[in-house]
Design a binder for this molecule. Structure first.
Ligand code: FES
Length: 134
């Protein structure tokens, strides 16, 4: 518990707000990190529109499929769609962290194989577009 000078405000966001001498101090609640963060390129441009190689190669449907498949498997993942990852010719492109696996030509079949391997912490060589070792 904070001292008398502190007054906790009721916030509607993830942060707790405290007021001390008219200065708002935010204490950020830390979230639990997911086991994996999966980035799927959807070719977003700065203006926010999705327009580019991966988007034209069915990325939106693949992203939705990835989200559903990961949930069905009970994997602790966060799936994010991104802007261009600068390997457009190999799209749709996917990156999995913390493993740093870079995959190209991802489709629904690839998603199934990649998630199967991920459940064992492994990569699927045939879709890798970058070295997995430093
Ligand atoms: S548009 Fe996907 S890597 Fe460039």
């Amino acid at each position: 518990m904070r001292g008398r000078m502190w007054r906790q405000c009721k916030g509607l966001c993830l942060a707790n707000k405290y007021v001390e001498n008219e200065i708002l101090i935010y204490k950020i609640k830390r979230m639990k990190k997911p086991d994996y963060h999966i980035l799927l390129c959807n070719s977003y441009r700065i203006a926010g529109e999705a327009k580019g190689a991966c988007n034209k190669k069915n990325a939106p449907a693949i992203i939705q499929y990835m989200i559903e498949e990961a949930a069905d498997r009970g994997l602790d993942v966060t799936v994010s769609s991104t802007g261009c990852l600068n390997v457009c010719a190999q799209g749709p492109v996917m990156v999995i962290h913390p493993n740093n696996f870079w995959y190209g030509a991802v489709d629904e079949t690839a998603v199934d194989e990649i998630l199967d391997a991920l459940e064992e912490g492994k990569a699927v060589e045939k879709y890798l577009i970058a070295e997995t070792e430093k």
